[in-house]
Structure formats: C-alpha cells, structure tokens
Design a protein around this ligand. Structure first.
Ligand code: GDP
Ligand code: ZN
Length: 293
C-alpha cells in the first residue's frame, strides 16, 4: 500500500491512506540505506495486524523538500504579509520566495489585513506583480474578504503558511478550516506545544487538502547555496539573462549590467532589486565563510 506521512514521533510515523491512518515503523533496511523519512513523504508500507504497528517499507521519490522546516512534497506555500501591524518585512518575504523557488515549490502571496489599509495593500501587490508568484490574493481574516477564494485556491493542495509572526497565518487558517475540523479554534490545535517542540505535522482536511502545522518554525529558512545561482530565482531578471557585459553577472555592481539598466529604466522594481542585492551579499559572505571563496 502507499500513503503519505503526516507525522513522525519517536521513530514511529503516522501515514494517511485514503481516510485511514496507520502507525508504522521503518524497516531496518531504510536505516541502513540512511533514508530518513520526513513528513510529506509518499511511502510504500505494510499495515500491521490488530494492535501491532505496521512497517514503512520504502520512501518514494520526493518532488521537493525543505530542510527547515523538514517537509517534502509541498504543492504550495502561502506567503502571508500585512500592510500594517506588523509593518511588512519584505526582505524576509523575498528570502522566503527565493527559498521556495530554489526548492521548486510554487508560492502565492496572501496580503492579509487588507481592511486596515487598502492603499498600502495595493502598493504591495504591485511590487510583487512580476515576482513569478502563482497568485496574489487580497484577503482579510477579520472582514472575511477573499477567504473563500483563498480556500478555493488551496483546495486539493498540500500547503504551508509562512510569514512574519503576527501577519495572521493562524487567523487565516482558522477562518478557512475551523468548521471542517469540528473544533472552535484550529489555532488551539495548531499551537499545541508551540513553545516546547519543533514538531512538523500535516493536518488532513479531506479531498487531498492538507495544511502543514509548523510549531517553532514561523519562517522558511534558506539553505546555503552558491550565490551565483540566486539570480536565476528572480523571475523579473529573466528577460535580461545573458545580456550583461560580464557572464556570469551577479547584477549587483558589475558595469554594463542589463538588469541594473532595467532597474534604472523602471522595468524592474528597484525595491526588489535592492533586497536581492542584500540577500546576495549575505549569501556571498556565508558561502565564503564555509568554502573560503
Ligand atoms: P500569526 O502569528 O501570523 O499566526 O498571526 P495571528 O493569526 O496570530 O494574528 C495576529 C493578530 O492579527 C491577531 O491579533 C489577529 O486577530 C490579527 N489579525 C489577523 N488577521 C487580521 C485581519 O485580516 N485584519 C485585522 N485587522 N487583524 C487581523
Ligand atoms: Zn547583470
């Protein structure tokens, strides 16, 4: 049989298959092959008899994975920002967007708390129009605007919420799913053990829809990567690839850089480019620290 790991605790994994759940232990062979199953993995398994646990036989190929939080096969990341309280940390948004793209996971941007400041919400949306997002949605967990649309967009997807603390991730999850789970407040369930553990769990919502609960991880952290690869994750740079004087060009300070010319001409958002430079510099320093070049 095959199913999806939704939870792992103390060497046991809970696997969802249809609407049934099985508690499994990995076969010794997996350990010997140094395969560590992760939440989100599709696996082949043998169910147990009666009260006995079954066995996790094999981990099937992963479509994508993240290391922090440790999870695989995510269909969609919902990056949440708000125009006010807290003020948007766009450097963080861009970092997470780059992380998602680097991992090969689509992201949508949910601009929450829109009822607080519609003008700033639009300015945010404009800045991200060319950032290669699968969608930009305007929502409000308080007024209910856009909630049905967001839910519709996430239907059938294994998805994760990411974003600064206080932007309304739990509120959006509650607004969408509290009724399905038959509890008054999903965040109650979602925040269980928030301060003590860093346990990752997928919560099944029916019809293949699952939301990732990530206590202790409010962010996606970017794995260390060669800074040269970073520019390739900026969709708005794509039309200028190969048109710079130098190849490769980091599009930071090089003379004759086509991306910088596009920034000057207003064809590429200056703010996005500036944050890219900041992230690039940061990654360059980390890379040099690790590899000495
Ligand atoms: P999280 O840290 O991202 O999970 O954020 P929470 O869901 O805990 O929300 C943080 C605060 O923002 C809470 O006081 C919420 O009531 C409030 N909040 C969430 N969504 C909205 C919204 O759409 N509009 C307004 N005005 N407040 C919101
Ligand atoms: Zn360039």
């Amino acid at each position: 049989m095959t199913g999806t790991i939704i939870q792992g605790i103390g060497g046991f994994y809970t696997v969802m298959c249809g609407s049934d759940q099985y508690v499994l232990r990995p076969r010794g062979k997996l350990r010997r092959d140094k395969v560590t199953p992760m939440v989100g993995d599709n696996v082949a398994f043998t169910p147990g008899q009666g009260d006995q646990h079954g066995f996790l036989d094999d981990v099937l190929e992963r479509r994508n994975w993240l290391t922090r939080p440790p999870v695989s096969n995510i269909d969609l990341i919902v990056l949440v920002i708000s125009p006010l309280s807290p003020p948007p940390d766009l450097l963080l948004v861009d970092r997470m967007l780059l992380t998602a793209r680097h991992a090969g996971i689509s992201a949508i941007l949910a601009i929450n708390k829109r009822e607080m400041d519609e003008g700033s919400s639009e300015t945010l949306a404009e800045q991200y129009e060319n950032a290669g997002l699968a969608d930009i949605l305007r929502v409000s967990a308080v007024s209910g605007e856009g909630i049905a649309g967001l839910r519709q967009r996430l239907n059938g997807c294994v998805h994760a919420f990411a974003g600064q603390s206080g932007v309304g991730k739990s509120s959006l999850i509650n607004a969408m799913y509290a009724r399905d789970l038959g509890v008054g407040d999903v965040s109650h369930r979602l925040s269980r053990g928030r301060h003590t553990t860093r346990r990752v769990e997928l919560i099944p919502l029916g019809g293949g829809t699952m939301v990732l609960d990530t206590p202790g991880f409010s962010l996606l952290e970017m794995a260390l990567a060669d800074p040269v690869l970073l520019a390739g994750q900026m969709p708005e740079f794509e039309p200028y690839e190969g048109k710079c004087y130098f190849t490769p060009c980091a599009h930071v300070t090089e003379p004759g850089c086509a991306v910088r010319e596009a920034v000057e001409a207003g064809a590429v958002s200056r703010e996005r480019w500036q944050r890219y430079c900041e992230i690039h510099e940061d990654m360059r320093l980390r890379w040099r620290e690790r590899y000495g070049k």
